[in-house]
Design a binder for this molecule. Structure first.
Ligand SMILES: Nc1nc2c(c(=O)[nH]1)N[C@@H](CN(C=O)c1ccc(C(=O)N[C@@H](CCC(=O)O)C(=O)O)cc1)CN2
Length: 299
């Protein structure tokens, strides 16, 4: 990536997401004129405070974009059977194109069973085994929203990624694993690191693209970063600072800023892209279900 001397460019995820939202609003307008109003059903079980905020924002953004929005808020005592029968009804509902069950679910409910019960064609989270398989085989999948958002941000910095070394710290089904598939598809050399990886700092120093999705505040230090690298911080860790709640990423922001070429902040980086990509997936799912050409570009 050449010699690096200046401070990293900040990747403004909030601004990119705002641009995407306005593109999606126009796309929905276009579809409504053609007789199709995409519908998104959002299901929240329990009252986890962060999940409640995310769900509220998903509903607000869906309504702003002109989508039909369906909202199901269930108590934390809801049985797995009752949740599965709601999913059954949503699978059969003609006006529902996308179904999202907010995670995490209460511990008495098997999240994998719930995910697998969603019609893969309506699985706008991209978590169903059918979509996971299609993503790894290379086509036609609904792609998980956070990794999709990461890719849009990375490609906004650099459109050709072939041959670059990408290191993802974190192997979750929601972020690390699907993002590895997306980066492989771009011909990156991908390494997925985790808690048992030996000498993580040295591995990270080899990364042209470094993604931190591990849920450990400021784990990635400035001196773990290759000069000029693209650094994507997916971490959202909540901490008390002078009596106030503060969000901290998985990357030491100040340290990284002095070394990286481009860097996402927390908040305002990857997070806002997640909801924008959810709406994008809902529009895609609606177009596919109804055999209508999608008005959204493929970037
Ligand atoms: N069914 C799903 N559950 C969860 C997902 C998901 O993609 N599907 N991802 C996360 C939570 N999430 C969306 O659901 C999400 C996380 C963060 C943000 C966001 O905008 N973050 C802001 C900060 C907001 C704050 O104050 O907390 C930012 O980073 O700037 C949006 C959505 C787990 N569950």
């Amino acid at each position: 990536m050449g010699t690096h001397t200046s401070e990293a460019t900040l990747i403004d995820g909030a601004a990119v997401a705002a641009g995407l939202h306005s593109e999606l609003r126009s796309a929905v307008e276009n579809l409504v004129e053609r007789g199709l109003t995409p519908g998104l059903a959002v299901v929240l079980v329990g009252n986890d405070p962060a999940s409640s905020v995310y769900v509220r924002n998903k509903i607000r953004r869906s309504v702003e974009a002109g989508l039909r929005s369906f909202h199901h808020e269930l108590p934390s005592t809801t049985s797995e059977t009752d949740l599965l029968s709601l999913i059954d009804r949503l699978n059969s509902a003609h006006d529902v194109d996308g179904i999202l069950v907010q995670l995490p679910l209460p511990s008495h409910i098997d999240a994998q069973k719930v995910t697998a019960a969603i019609d893969p064609a309506k699985d706008v989270d991209g978590f169903h085994p059918m979509n996971v398989g299609k993503l790894s085989l290379g086509g036609g999948a609904l792609v998980p929203c956070t990794p999709l958002g990461c890719m849009l941000l990375i490609k906004g910095v650099r459109s050709q990624l072939a041959g670059l070394n990408a290191v993802i710290v974190g192997r979750s089904n929601i972020v690390g694993k699907p993002l590895a598939q997306l980066l492989l598809r771009e011909n990156c050399t991908v390494t997925v690191a985790h808690s048992r990886t030996e000498d993580l700092p040295s591995l990270c120093r080899r990364a042209d693209i470094l993604v931190a999705a591990v849920g450990q505040p400021e784990l990635i230090r400035g001196d773990w970063i290759k000069p000029g690298a693209i650094v994507i911080d997916v971490g959202i860790n909540r901490a008390e600072h002078e009596g106030r709640q503060k969000l901290i990423g998985d990357v030491d922001f100040a340290g990284a800023r002095a070394v990286a070429g481009a860097l996402t902040p927390v908040p305002g980086g990857v997070g806002p892209m997640t909801i924008a990509c959810l709406l994008r997936n809902t529009i895609d799912a609606a177009c596919r279900r109804h055999g209508v050409s999608s008005p959204i570009g493929n970037s």
